[in-house]
Design a protein around this ligand. Sequence first.
Ligand code: UN1
Length: 510
Amino acid sequence: MSNTNLPAEVSRILTGLGVSADALSGGSLAVTSPVDGSTIAKLKVISADDASRSIDAGHAAFLQWRLVPAPKRGELVRLLGEELRAHKDDLGRLVSIEVGKITSEGLGEVQEMIDICDFAVGLSRQLYGLTIATERGEHRMMETWHPLGVTGIISAFNFPVAVWCWNAALALVCGNAVVWKPSEKTPVTALATQAIFEKAVRRYVAAGGVAPDNLSTVLIGERAIGEVLVDHPKVPLVSATGSTVMGRAVGPRLAARFARAILELGGNNAAIVGPTADLDLTLRGVAFAAMGTAGQRCTSLRRLFVHDSVYDTLVPRLIKAYGSVTIGNPLEAGTLVGPLIDARAYQGMQKALEAAKAAGGTVHGGMRVREELGDDAFYVRPALVEMSDQTGPVKEETFAPILYVMRYSDFDTALALNNDVPQGLSSSIFTNDLREAEAFVSDRGSDCGIANVNIGPSGAEIGGAFGGEKETGGGRESGSDAWKAYMRRATNTVNFGRSLPLAQGVKFDV
Ligand code: UN1
């Protein structure tokens, strides 16, 4: 067992943020830490009726918030960023405890929150529309962007707080209220984040800012509560992160009521290693992307296509790295690979490895290790599986550290294999050949939402739009112009003359 008393530490952090100790016990939702399997909280769950009422209250908040000028809305998000800076260590630690991320990744997740707050503050003065040439004299045509309504956020366990912030920071500067259904595996970090948000609101109001109550709400509960959010008529946009199975349930329900969806679903991310690749750099890039976060990022590297000419140099080095990477308590310095989230993840991993063996794969690693850390703590040695073809489990996303490695001899074949899976989130190529690099990011190249050169597929910065194609769901969050999905666009034509010319030369003189 770990020496740390995790429940006590969780309670210290939460109460330090102003969450009452009562909120952490006596409820029916038991939350465990994958670090040692201990129960860290028992949270009360909200009823469907109360969830619905909370969403109504969020809508009432939206009606007020949309009237606050966008740069002043940005000021609240600026303060949120400041509060996150002040509480980075505590929140990062809590992420590590609740998800099992190593400390630098727990802190890195909070850094992503801070970064998107900074981005959103700048954006609050840049919600630009176009002025459009009109075919009529003494008319002006323009595009204006307006607040949309309550933004529903459904987040997954693996980025339990950053996903909220990518959505919430944009939604708030865009003039929306947010209602958040966190993963039932990681609701404690959601309570902490909400407490940090409330601190920012108090500072904002103390400085004279206008912020309605219920601008941000957390709904603690299971799937049924997520369904309330998805079906509520006062939620015009739901941003949902999770499995493709979840997306298949959420997407059609939103479509049925013509609500918008930002879906960020499964990935099955590949990298191609060309004959000219810098193999030292490739080794490090592959190791982080495939083993980092114990393979539990939606951007984790899962498929590796290695050119014949470098396979026998690179792959033995990779197998060695897989055999020696430090696995253990993610709270301890020096650990690189923490635990899987739960027993189910472990079973899913073993099932995929069995299927890979049945399909002729050679498996290196993949076994359970460090059992002394807890009966209900699932640590595994990351698995590298040499496959002759892209078949069976290689085409599926298994949320665990499994890297399928395949040989190729022809670039176009490798490119076709990169694209020949149902998912389309992230991808990369390691090469010093300009033609290969440019072809990979060109219109005949990778079909993913993210295509990188000489870095792995994971670890994206917030400045770019984040999301992917095909079964990944098509949504975009974070940077670039992703904000547009959180607003209502209007085209306005203003006649400042005294006549009424009709477009397209139509005559209608009554
Ligand atoms: C996820 O795993 O859901 O690009 C998101 C990355 C991170 C985000 C991952 N910035 O790996």
